[in-house]
Design a protein around this ligand. Structure first.
Ligand code: ADP
Ligand code: MG
Length: 676
């Protein structure tokens, strides 16, 4: 055949120019491709023959963009693929090349149809379209009735036909087959060669088949013999059909998320035992974190609830000294500097401040209480004025009876018992009875200078008060505010009145801080429940953080476990990675696949962990709430912790899976494909 005839057809679809490829094996330098130059035309069927180790597979890998040459050009429709970046080379494999291997390299977990769809799935083609395409191709290779079969349910010849269908999925212009008949009986081998021939001659694709079977030479348009990496002979037997090889560049899209998720799920399902173990690691870590932090947070809200029962959040305790950190106006710190007396006038000033709802004095009397023959010396505090009685938390807890008005009194259970006498006195018996009381003095002396107790100018007479109820708080007794202010006047005599402390009530919680600041500027000390709350909350945050760190360590251990398991998985699945790379998956597709897998396991483990942690917390609550002081339990799972648990589970597994995923993505496709 004259060479002009050959050259008259379209420009070569595939041209190699001076291609070299060396491998190092220990000391040895192997020339797998030595100065190879070849031009292949569209619609041609080329057989490559040669001894084992001669460089046939190397040549095919270079043509297919599975590997890069050391030197030379490989032109595909005029474009040099040796200059392509990794992702572009993947796109080339995905859309321009179809590979067929000796050992089929079908993914064992996928059905025949799914294997055919794989290159399209990687190219981001929609499920409906690729199903349609797989059907067409399986019909073409005569296996439509085997669509749903898995590779192990197919004969060798059938499996290789599925592999040919897969190679055609993306409608590539080039089909490369490396000893496709090597594992087949002669009849099946013949059928595959016929199929490949029709792909060249009917479809106009460039088909290159490596074989060592001379029997198949009649199928070929051209026979190239390779030995020691060199073209030994090049025998053109017939002209290739003159087909117009219009080349369209393949569309390079990403794998659809649904496809990734489906592949990841199937991989998880395939190694379900291992996935469960890994997920359990995450679950235990999340459970520990959630449980410990839930206990910390519950403990905090319990303490906060207990604390707010001391006084309303809107109240400010005022003392004559600028000392912070004490709620007791009766325990002045004499070392804490100058004092500003609290007088009836200062009370009016406090009440007139912006944001103030009212102000009243806090006083404490020392008084003799007498019923019948028995008497006791005890302290008496004032209740808030009646117009502030509706502010909850200002008054002590009433154990029995009713609130006093006018000349009423609340007696502490301890004093009631002392006054009643007898073996087992019932304090309630005192309700409704009258008792005689004489104020002996009043607290505040420290600020007045001297003794600590302000004494009346002369001894006051006994007055009779009616007991309206029993209280237990502080062991003190309580009288109405009006009565207390009258007593203050009597005890003070002609001297000017000063109080040991005052309480100022803000209109709202937000008024408290600015109000306290103003009062502070007047020279007084202020303490708010809000302040105490803040200091307690911050110390609890520290406890929670500590507990969280312990849980976090559990998570880190789980993460390490995942990392090890994923690394093993990458080793095991190198062949699968190789197949995916051969059909055009990019590095990031491989990484994404692995990360989707660990992410799925991580979120699954996280959900189970939340369940375990919350369950353990509820058990603790159930056990502990038998103790009255922990009524309602101490474990508490706020929404933020729920979300945090899930986010942690996913994040730890993603971080742990990152390195193995990156390693999988970096694998050389040829090496990956040939590892078992
Ligand atoms: P063939 O397919 O004709 O049997 P190959 O192309 O597989 O030959 O191999 C050609 C030569 O290159 C052989 O000597 C083989 O051992 C060597 N070779 C192939 N791949 C590698 C590799 N990744 N590392 C080292 N040597 C290799
Ligand atoms: Mg080979």
């Amino acid at each position: 055949m004259p060479s002009e005839v050959l050259n008259s057809s379209s420009r070569p679809s595939l041209a190699l120019r001076g291609v070299w490829k060396h491998y190092r094996r220990g000391e040895e330098d192997i020339q797998a491709a030595a100065d190879i130059s070849l031009e292949l035309r569209a619609g041609s069927f080329t057989c490559i023959l040669g001894p084992s180790g001669g460089g046939k597979s190397t040549l095919l890998h270079l043509m297919g963009g599975m590997d890069r040459p050391d030197e030379g050009e490989i032109l595909v429709f005029g474009r040099d693929i040796t200059r392509l970046k990794s992702d572009q080379l993947s796109a080339y494999r995905r859309s321009d090349v179809g590979f067929v291997f000796q050992s089929f390299h079908l993914l064992p977990t996928l059905t025949a149809a799914e294997n055919v769809e794989l290159p399209l799935a990687i190219a981001g083609v929609s499920l409906a379209k690729r199903r349609e395409r797989a059907k067409t191709l399986l019909a073409r290779v005569g296996l439509l009735d085997r669509s749903g079969h898995r590779p192990h349910q197919l004969s060798g010849g059938q499996a290789q036909r599925v592999a040919v269908a897969r190679a055609l999925a993306a409608d590539p212009k080039i089909v490369l087959a490396d000893e496709p008949t090597g594992n087949l009986d002669s009849q099946s081998g013949l059928e595959i060669m016929q199929l490949l021939g029709s792909i060249a001659h009917e479809d106009g694709r460039t088909v290159v088949v490596v074989t060592h079977n001379e029997e198949f030479i009649p199928f070929a348009d051209r026979v190239v013999r390779i030995r020691d990496g060199r073209v030994h002979s090049d025998d053109v037997r017939k002209a290739a059909a003159d087909v117009s090889a219009e080349h369209e560049a393949g569309v390079a899209r990403s794998v659809q998320f649904g496809t990734l998720a489906r592949m990841a799920l199937s991989a998880v399902r395939r190694r379900i035992g291992r996935a469960i173990l890994t997920g359990l690691g995450i679950a235990v870590g999340v459970a520990a974190t959630v449980l410990l932090m839930g206990l910390g947070s519950g403990l905090e809200s319990g303490v906060v609830a207990g604390l707010t029962s001391f006084g309303p959040l809107t109240s400010i305790t005022v003392s004559p000294q600028r000392v912070s950190g004490t709620t007791s106006p009766f325990a002045p710190n004499t070392a804490a500097g100058p004092t500003t007396p609290i007088t009836p006038r200062s009370l009016r000033e406090f009440a007139a401040l912006p944001g103030a709802r009212g102000a009243y004095a806090s006083v404490m009397f020392l008084a003799t209480l007498r019923v019948g023959g028995s008497s006791t010396l005890s302290s008496i505090l004032n209740l808030p004025p009646s117009r502030l009685a509706s502010v909850s938390g200002l008054r002590p807890t009433l154990e029995a009876g009713a609130w006093p008005t006018g000349s009423g009194i609340l007696v502490s259970a301890a004093d009631a018992k002392a006054l009643l006498g007898g073996k087992k006195p019932n304090p309630d018996k005192l309700i409704g009875r009258t008792i005689s009381i004489r104020p002996e003095g009043m607290s505040g002396g420290v600020f007045g200078g001297g003794t600590g107790l302000i004494m009346p100018p002369r001894r006051l007479p006994f007055v009779t008060l009616r007991v309206t109820g029993i209280v237990t708080a502080n062991g003190a007794n309580y009288i109405p505010y009006t009565l207390a202010t009258a007593w203050v006047k009597q005890v003070s005599g002609s001297a000017s009145i000063t109080y040991p402390g005052a309480t100022v009530i803000g209109k709202t919680i937000t008024d408290v801080a600015p109000l306290a600041k103003r009062i502070g500027k007047m020279g007084y000390g202020t303490t708010t429940v809000e302040q105490i709350l803040q200091s307690i909350t911050s110390s609890f945050s520290a406890i929670e953080a500590g507990l969280g760190i312990i849980g976090g360590i559990a998570l880190v251990v789980a993460g390490l476990m995942i990392s090890v398991i994923m690394s093993m998985s990458v080793l095991e699945r190198r062949r699968e990675i190789g197949i995916l790379r051969a059909v055009g998956a990019r590095r990031k597709d491989i990484a994404r696949l692995f990360l989707t897998e660990v992410g799925t396991i991580g979120i699954g483990g996280g959900i189970v962990g939340l369940g375990l942690g919350a369950g353990a917390g509820e058990v603790i609550n159930a056990v502990i709430s038998k103790n009255a002081s922990f009524h309602g339990g101490i474990f508490h799972l706020p929404l933020w912790l729920l979300v945090l648990g899930l986010v942690f589970g996913a994040a730890v597994s993603l971080i742990a899976g990152w390195i193995p995923a990156a390693r999988a993505a970096r694998l050389n496709p040829v090496i990956a494909l040939h590892s078992e």
